[in-house]
Every structure is written in structure tokens, then in C-alpha cells.
Write a protein that binds this ligand. Structure first.
Ligand SMILES: [Zn+2]
Length: 61
């Protein structure tokens, strides 16, 4: 049985229990499906990519 742990989504900053973890950062189910359905021409896509880049580049580096 899986434990339902609350995580703060890095995209929408909301606390969710359902989602995926990328490089120890949490992305909720809703944002994940939004990323999947967002085209590269969409301004939102660039917002998602920018948020995801913050994972790869830690602020304290
Ligand atoms: Zn989210």
C-alpha cells in the first residue's frame, strides 16, 4: 500500500498528493498532463520549461 504524501508542486505551488517526482522535485498530476498537452508554440510551455530548469540548476550552486 502506498502512502499518500503531500508535496508542493513546483509548477502551480499547490499542495497535492497525486503527481510525479522529477529529480526530487514534485509536479502534480494536473500540471504534468498540462505539460504533455501544451505545444511548444504556447507561451505556457516556456513557463513550464523555465520551472523545470530550476530543478537542474539549484539556487545554492
Ligand atoms: Zn501543479
Amino acid at each position: 500500500m502506498e502512502e499518500l504524501t503531500e508535496h508542493v508542486c513546483i509548477i502551480c505551488n499547490q499542495t497535492k498528493t497525486e503527481g510525479i517526482t522529477i529529480v526530487s522535485q514534485f509536479v502534480c498530476e494536473e500540471c504534468e498532463s498540462e505539460i504533455v498537452h501544451t505545444s511548444a508554440e504556447d507561451a505556457k510551455y516556456h513557463f513550464f520549461i523555465r520551472q523545470l530548469k530550476q530543478i537542474a540548476m539549484p539556487k545554492n550552486a
